[in-house]
Ligand binder design. Structure first.
Ligand code: 6PG
Length: 237
C-alpha cells in the first residue's frame, strides 16, 4: 500500500491524473471503474483541461464502481457528472462508455451490469478484473456504495449488488468487494477534513475500524494507493 499526501484537492487531482495517464500508457486496452463524489469531479476537470491530448482515450473503457438509481439526466447521476466534467470535453468513442442504467429496476440492472463486466473484462477465478478501480470514501467510512449498515453487501454473491443510502433511502448499484479486491490497481481519492477520523481509524487500525467498508479494500495484487489531501490525512500520527 502506498500513501500519497498532497496539499489540497487540486494537487490530489493533478497527481492522480498523472498517475492515471502513466497507467493507461502501459496498456493497449484499459478498463477503469469510476466513482462519484466531489474529488473525482475535480480529477475529471484536470484530465479534461490538462490531459485531453496526452491520453489515448480510444483505448480506455469506462465503467462505474457505483451509480445512483436515477435517470442519466438527473443531477444525482454519476454518469451525468462524468459527461459534464470529462466526456463532453475529450475524444472518447461512445462505445467505450459503459454506464449503469440508473433508470432501470435496480436488481435487474445489477445483474445486467455484472453480466456485462463478466463479458467485457478478463476474469480471475471467475471475478471480472479491472485495470483500475477508483474509489472514494464517505465521511461514514463507506466506499463504492457499500455503507456501514449494509457491510455484508461487501460479500454479495454476484459481482454487483443493490445498496440503499442510509439517509435518503436512494437505491444504488455497486460492485462488490471481490471485484474491488481483484482489480490490478485500486486508488482511493480522499479529501477534506470530514474524512480525517475514518482515515486514521482505517490506516492505523484503531478500535472498531472493521465496521467501515473502506477498511476491507485490500487488493490481492497489493497495488493500493491512497491519494489524500493534508486535511484528510491530518489525524495520522
Ligand atoms: C457515490 C460515490 C461515493 C463517494 C464518496 C466520497 O456515488 O456517492 O461513489 O462512494 O466516492 O461518498 O465522496 P466525496 O469525494 O464527495 O467525498
Amino acid at each position: 500500500m502506498e500513501l500519497k499526501i498532497f496539499k489540497d484537492k487540486q494537487e490530489v487531482a493533478q497527481r492522480f491524473s498523472a498517475y492515471f495517464a502513466e497507467l493507461v500508457d502501459k496498456k493497449s486496452v484499459f478498463h477503469v471503474a469510476l466513482s462519484g463524489g466531489s474529488t473525482p469531479k475535480v480529477v475529471f476537470d484536470v484530465l479534461a483541461d490538462e490531459f485531453s491530448s496526452k491520453i489515448d482515450w480510444n483505448k480506455i473503457h469506462f465503467y462505474w464502481g457505483d451509480e445512483r438509481c436515477v435517470p442519466p439526466t438527473d443531477d444525482e447521476s454519476n454518469y451525468k457528472m462524468t459527461v459534464e466534467h470529462l466526456f463532453s470535453k475529450i475524444d472518447v468513442p461512445k462505445e467505450n462508455i459503459h454506464r449503469v442504467l440508473g433508470e432501470n429496476e435496480p436488481l435487474g440492472e445489477a445483474y445486467r451490469y455484472a453480466n456485462l463486466l463478466e463479458i467485457n473484462l478478463d476474469r480471475i477465478d471467475g471475478i471480472p478484473q479491472f485495470d483500475l478501480v477508483i474509489l472514494g470514501m464517505g465521511d461514514d467510512g463507506h466506499t463504492a456504495s457499500i455503507f456501514p449498515h449494509e457491510i455484508e453487501l461487501w460479500n454479495a454473491q454476484y459481482h454487483c449488488t443493490v445498496a440503499t443510502h442510509p439517509e435518503s433511502g436512494q437505491k444504488r448499484v455497486s460492485i462488490n468487494g471481490k471485484v474491488i479486491n481483484t482489480a490490478k490497481e485500486v486508488a482511493f481519492l480522499v479529501t477534506g477534513a470530514g474524512k480525517a477520523e475514518k482515515v486514521k481509524a482505517i490506516l492505523e487500525k484503531t478500535e472498531g475500524f472493521e465496521v467501515y467498508p473502506a477498511s476491507l479494500v485490500n487488493p490481492s495484487s497489493g497495488n493500493l494507493v491512497w491519494f489524500m489531501d493534508e486535511d484528510a490525512a491530518s489525524g495520522l500520527s
